[in-house]
Design a protein around this ligand. Structure first.
Ligand code: KG4
Ligand code: ZN
Length: 334
C-alpha cells in the first residue's frame, strides 16, 4: 500500500508565522497562521529584527500544533517546503533554516518556494478554482504583478508596480487615517460606509501603454488632500481612494488578460481579500468574456498552505528538490 505523501509547509517571509500540512497535491489537513501584526502596529510597519525573533519563538510551537491537530507523526512527513524569497532576509532565514533542519533530521527532501508562486497556488487549493492557462494578478503588501500562467511552474511576468505595491499604499493611507497596521481589512470596512465618488483621486497609469502600475503618487495625492481638507470624512476618503486603486487594478488586469488571449483571471495576495475589488472584477470580467477567480479569504493573505501546495507540485510533478545550501533570496522575482 502506498503511504500518503505529506508536505510540511512553512512561511515566514514577512510578519506571519505560518505552518501547514498538505496531503498529496491539494488536500489541506492543517493551516495555522499566526500574525505578528500586534507586535508591529506601534511602529506603523514591520520591524525586521522584531519579526525574526518572533518567528524563532513561534515557529517550533506551530509545527508541533499542526502535527497534533492532524495526528500525523513528524516521521510521517514526506517533504518540507519553506519560502526562500522574496521577503525580509532575517524572517526568511528563520523559516528556511528551520525547514531545512527538519528535512535534514528526517532524511527527507526539501524544496524552497518562491512566495509569489505560492500565492498563485493558493488559487489551486480552492474548490472553485480552475486550471491554467490564466492571467494572475498578484496583489499584496509587497507586490503588484501581472503574470501569464500557461501552466503551473511556467510564468511570464507582463507587468508590475514601478514603485509602491497596492497593499503598501493602502497601509500608508490607512496610517494617515489613523488605522493601525496592516490597514487593508479596516480600510475595506470603512470604505463600504463611505461614498466612492466623494473625491476624484487620480487613476495612475490607467491609460498608459503596458501593464505596469504605480501607487506612490496616489498615496501622496491623498496626503495632500487630507492636509487641505482636514474636516473630510475618513470613510469618504477611504472609499474614494480604494475606488481609484480598484479601478486601475480592474482595468489593467482585464486588459492584460485580453491582450494575452486568455479567458481566465486569477486574483491572489492579501489585497485580493478586498470587497470592492472582488465585486468589481466579478461584474466587469464576465462583461468582457473573462472568468474571474479569487481564493477563499483566508488563503488570500499570507499562509503556509499555498507554500506547501507549490512545494508539493514542484517535488511530485517536477521532481525538484533543493540542496541544504539554498540561501534566502530577498529580491527573488517570479
Ligand atoms: O499577501 P499578504 O498577506 O502579504 C504580502 O505578501 O505582502 O498581503 C498583505 C496586504 C496588506 O497590505 C493588507 O493591508 C492587505 O494585504 N489586505 C487588504 C485586505 N486584507 C488585507 N487590502 C484590502 N482589503 C482587504 N480586505
Ligand atoms: Zn504574500
Amino acid at each position: 500500500m502506498n503511504r500518503p505523501f505529506y508536505t510540511l509547509g512553512i512561511e515566514t517571509s514577512c510578519d506571519e508565522t505560518a505552518v501547514a500540512i498538505l496531503e498529496g497535491e491539494e488536500r489541506l489537513l492543517a493551516n495555522i497562521v499566526y500574525s505578528q501584526a500586534k507586535l508591529h502596529t506601534r511602529y506603523g510597519g514591520v520591524v525586521p529584527e522584531v519579526a525574526s525573533r518572533d518567528h524563532m519563538r513561534k515557529l517550533p510551537i506551530l509545527v508541533k500544533e499542526a502535527l497534533t491537530q492532524t495526528g500525523i507523526a513528524i516521521s510521517d512527513i514526506s517533504l518540507v517546503a519553506a519560502t526562500y524569497g522574496p521577503g525580509l532576509v532575517g524572517p526568511l532565514l528563520v523559516g528556511l533554516s528551520h525547514g531545512k533542519a527538519i528535512a535534514f533530521g528526517l532524511g527527507i527532501p526539501f524544496v524552497g518556494v518562491n512566495h509569489l508562486e505560492g500565492h498563485i497556488f493558493a488559487h489551486r487549493l480552492g474548490s472553485a478554482g480552475s486550471d491554467p492557462p490564466f492571467m494572475a494578478l498578484i496583489v499584496s503588501g509587497g507586490h503588484t504583478s501581472l503574470a501569464s500562467v500557461r501552466e503551473y511552474g511556467r510564468y511570464q511576468l507582463v507587468g508590475s508596480t514601478v514603485d509602491d505595491a497596492a497593499g503598501e499604499a493602502l497601509d500608508k493611507v490607512g496610517k494617515m487615517l489613523g488605522i493601525g497596521y496592516p490597514a487593508g481589512a479596516e480600510l475595506d470596512r470603512l470604505a463600504n460606509e463611505g461614498n466612492p465618488a466623494a473625491i476624484r483621486f487620480p487613476r495612475p497609469m490607467e491609460s498608459s501603454p503596458g501593464f505596469d502600475f504605480s501607487f506612490a503618487g496616489l498615496k501622496t495625492a491623498v496626503l495632500y488632500y487630507l492636509r487641505e481638507h482636514p474636516g473630510q470624512e475618513p470613510k469618504d476618503v477611504a472609499a474614494s481612494f480604494l475606488a481609484s486603486v480598484v479601478d486601475v487594478l480592474v482595468k489593467k488586469s482585464l486588459d492584460a488578460t485580453r491582450r494575452h488571449q486568455l479567458k481566465q483571471l486569477v486574483v491572489v495576495g492579501g489585497v485580493a481579500a478586498n470587497s470592492r475589488l472582488r465585486q468589481q472584477l466579478h461584474a466587469c470580467g464576465p462583461e468582457r468574456g473573462i472568468k474571474v477567480f479569487f481564493p477563499s479569504m483566508e488563503l488570500c493573505t499570507d499562509n503556509a498552505a499555498m507554500i506547501a501546495a507549490a512545494g508539493a507540485f514542484h517535488h511530485l510533478i517536477r521532481r525538484d528538490a533543493h540542496p541544504f545550501s539554498l540561501a534566502p533570496a530577498p529580491a527573488l522575482s517570479l
